[in-house]
Design a protein around this ligand. Structure first.
Ligand code: IPE
Ligand code: IPE
Ligand code: MG
Length: 238
């Protein structure tokens, strides 16, 4: 059990992996009369803060949706700003070195220098226990196709669920216990399609840049009240 600073919000032992669909950066910026890229910058700050709080609470895996395979369809100046932001985020992360960083998604189409930086960050942080999976150029369908193609390369002609689980981008992590989406949208937008089979979901209207400790605790509290049956029955319900 983990307690917050006021000793009143308990992080259930079952909550080991939270995934965030960090949505609403653009609307956060618009509501302040700022350019969209200012929203992404503030969103990166929120991520840093939430990552720290999660590890403080014993949640050892955090997965964040930073850029989808569909986000390339945004205006070039916004995409460029997000890539630049990732570049400076990696620079800072290399100094912080407090968690194992793993990029999930197709890195191959990113600028060459960025691929080098990502690989370096993953290498120098590989021995940390807590993991931060950053989904960048990530698509859930693309991920399942990738896993299947890897299995074909290995010569498999018949595959199992375990085969797919061990060949998807997140094969090093357990499935998320809780998936949080901010900014009032009620969809997955191609996120963790395979992994979400038995995840709990939490939706909030709060824009990602405003998602703070208080909002995280609301999500955790909601999770703590869920009954996870996995298709079966819970003791006492029989
Ligand atoms: C999420 O915020 C970040 C990315 C998709 C890169 P948005 O940029 O989607 O923000 P809204 O949904 O337009 O407010
Ligand atoms: C999902 O948000 C992707 C990320 C948060 C990176 P979007 O803003 O791209 O999703 P849609 O377009 O509203 O479904
Ligand atoms: Mg959005």
């Amino acid at each position: 059990m983990f307690f917050n600073k006021k000793k009143n919000a308990i992080v259930n032992n079952d909550l080991k992996h939270i995934a965030f669909i960090m949505d609403g950066n653009g609307r956060w910026a618009k509501s302040r009369g700022l350019p969209r890229k200012a929203g992404h910058k503030q969103g990166a700050k929120a991520l840093e803060n939430i990552g720290k709080i999660c590890s403080e609470y014993g949640i050892n895996t955090v997965t964040v949706y930073a850029f989808s395979t569909e986000n390339w369809s945004r205006p070039k100046n916004e995409v460029d700003a997000i890539i630049d932001l990732l570049r400076s985020y990696i620079k800072d992360a290399k100094k912080r070195k407090e968690v194992r960083y793993k990029f999930i998604g197709d890195k191959s189409v990113l600028p060459k220098d960025l691929i080098v930086e990502i690989n370096e960050l993953e290498e120098i942080t590989k021995n940390f226990d807590n993991v931060l999976n950053i989904a960048f150029n990530y698509g859930g369908r693309a991920e399942i196709v990738y896993a299947c193609n890897e299995l074909i390369k290995e010569g498999k002609t018949v595959i199992t669920e375990e085969d797919i689980s061990s060949h998807i981008y997140t094969s090093h992590s357990k499935d998320p216990d809780l998936i949080v989406r901010t900014a009032g949208e009620y969809r997955l937008s191609n996120f963790l399609l395979w992994q979400c089979a038995y995840s709990e979901f939490y939706f909030t209207d709060v824009y990602w840049p405003n998602f703070d400790r208080k909002e995280l605790e609301k999500a955790i509290e909601s999770f703590n009240n869920r009954k996870r049956r996995y298709g079966g029955l819970i003791k006492g319900e029989e």
